[in-house]
Every structure is written in C-alpha cells, then in structure tokens.
Design a protein around this ligand. Structure first.
Ligand SMILES: NC(=O)c1ccc[n+]([C@@H]2O[C@H](COP(=O)([O-])OP(=O)(O)OC[C@H]3O[C@@H](n4cnc5c(N)ncnc54)[C@H](OP(=O)(O)O)[C@@H]3O)[C@@H](O)[C@H]2O)c1
Length: 270
C-alpha cells in the first residue's frame, strides 16, 4: 500500500492533499499541533488516516518523528512539507532558533533528509515542498535567522528561498534514490493562514482571504506535478512550471547552506 506523509496536513492545502491521497487508497499521516483537527481527520478518514501531534519547531520532536515514521512506514511515496506559522513578532524557540526558520526550513530539512531512505524504497517517490519556487528573495548569508530587520512575512519569504536551495542539495546528495522534488509557490490561497499577526498584517490577511483562490484550485494546480515528472527538481508557480534559473538554484549555494544547516543542527539539544 502507498503512503503519504504531510506536515501541515491538519489544515489548508496540506489537509486537502491528505484527503486526495486518502481517496486514492493511501495510508495518510498528517502532522500538526491541533488535536481537534487531527482527530477530525482520523474520524473522517478511517483506518488509513493517521495523526501525529508534533511541534515541528522543536528539533528533538522532529528527529523523534523521523525515527517513528521510518520504522512504521518502510516506504514513503509522497512527503508533503506544508507546515507554516507566521509570527509578526520574532520568537526564539527553546532550541535557540528563530521559530519560523525552525518550522519552515529546519523541520523540512530534517524530514527530507531523514526520510530519504524510506522515499527511496517507493516506486515513484515525490517530495512536495512549498518553497519559493524561484521567487527572487536574496539569501541573507550573514543573518539566516533574521536577527536584524525581522518581519514575519519577510521571514517566510526568506525561508521559502532556503527551501529552494534545500531541493537542490537534497537532489544532489540523494541522486541514486530517484526522488522527485517539487517546489510549489501556490500564490494566494484561502486557508487558515496560521499565525499570530500584528494589526496591520492581520488586516492584510483578511484581505487575502477575500481575494485568494480556493484550496481546491490550488490542489488541482499542483497535483499533475506530483503524479508524474521526469526531472529531479521541478519549480511550479500557481500551476505553471518555472525554468530553474542557475543563479537562483546554484548548487554551490545549496551545498553551502547544507553545510551551515548541519552545523546548526549539530549544536541543537538532542
Ligand atoms: N495560503 C497561501 O496563500 C499561501 C501562499 C504562499 C505559500 N503558501 C504555503 O503553502 C503551505 C501550506 O499553507 P496553508 O496556507 O495551506 O496552511 P495553513 O492553513 O496556514 O495551515 C498551517 C498548517 O501548519 C501546521 N502548523 C503550524 N505550526 C505548526 C507547528 N509548530 N508544528 C506542526 N505543525 C504546525 C498547522 O497545524 P495545526 O493547526 O494542527 O497546528 C496547519 O496544519 C505553507 O508552506 C505556506 O507557506 C501558502
């Protein structure tokens, strides 16, 4: 039986993808923090629906999650990396990481690499990461966790940029596994927009909830790229495939970031 693992699968686009994979007969594991949402997914989905409550900002919790998933599901066909939480205020986790960096980038790094062997055992494995998909954000090499000039929305854009580089290094480091890595920028989609917002950003979010596209439309735009593809890395913006700009998806930058990330994680509490 096929398996899909979805971080941020309790809400928004992740939840909709979880429902798609359930309808297709997969075992589906959703990861989030809300027991109410997770239990609702399991109640609606039946025996093949699973919920794992994990705070993905915490490195130790993510590591335990990876170990659990690797043991429980020897082959993983689809890994969707969709958890996000936008904070207008800069928050540092007990591990010492800026919280958006921890959730939006580090957890995706750990899940991608940690589950690579399980993905490699599937017939046509795919990772979907909601990165920037080529959106032109500069990497702030001297301040990856935005200690200076932090802004919640900018922090998400910056982490999305880091995930674009994660796709490149993942594909280089696990080339033999045949995993397709799809980067998706969905555009504005009406979801829960999980976050804690200041008044200005909250008003902007309310506006986005009026103008954005539906979750169903967003899922329809990305599903064809999950279901088939030839390339190791694919970037998709609102359903349209984007060429991989060599300067943006630079392998040297990707490996530089990979090395820095390993160094940061090595110092995180076990
Ligand atoms: N919606 C848009 O307009 C838009 C635009 C551009 C990019 N994207 C990207 O698309 C992806 C999906 O976004 P969305 O808008 O569909 O999501 P969403 O509705 O905001 O839901 C966020 C998800 O993240 C989970 N989450 C938040 N904090 C968490 C934590 N600390 N640990 C574990 N899980 C946590 C939530 O789970 P719980 O509630 O269970 O905690 C929820 O399932 C994200 O990567 C987002 O950046 C979305």
């Amino acid at each position: 039986m096929s398996t899909a693992v979805i971080s941020g699968g309790t809400d928004g686009i992740g939840r909709a993808l979880a429902d798609v994979y359930l309808r297709r007969g997969h075992e589906v594991v959703v990861i989030g923090r809300s027991r109410a949402k997770g239990d609702a997914f399991v109640a609606a989905g039946g025996d093949r629906a699973h919920f794992l409550p994990v705070d993905l900002r915490r490195v130790g919790e993510v590591r335990r999650l990876v170990d659990h998933l690797a043991e429980r599901f020897p082959a993983i066909d689809a890994l969707v990396l969709g958890a996000r939480f936008c904070s207008s205020r800069r928050v540092v986790t007990p591990d010492g990481f800026e919280s958006n960096f921890a959730l939006f980038y580090l957890s995706r790094f750990l899940l991608s690499h940690g589950l690579a062997p399980s993905l490699g055992r599937a017939a046509d494995p795919v990772v979907l990461n909601f990165g920037g998909a080529g959106a032109p954000n500069a990497v702030r090499w001297d301040d990856l966790q935005l200690a200076h000039g932090y802004h919640g929305v900018r922090a998400m854009g910056h982490a999305a940029r880091l995930n674009d580089l994660l796709a490149v290094s993942f594909s280089a480091l696990h080339a033999e596994l045949g995993v397709r890595y799809v980067l998706n920028h969905p555009g504005v989609v009406v979801t829960s927009f999980a976050g804690e917002y200041d008044a200005v950003t909250a008003a902007q979010v309310e506006q986005l909830k009026v103008t954005g596209k539906s979750v169903a439309t967003s899922v329809a735009q990305i599903l064809p790229y999950l279901d088939a593809g030839e390339d190791r890395v694919t970037a998709v913006h609102e359903g349209v495939r984007r060429p991989l700009d060599p300067a943006h998806f630079d392998p040297a930058d990707a490996m530089r970031l990979h090395t820095i990330t390993e160094g940061l994680l090595a110092r995180a509490p076990r």
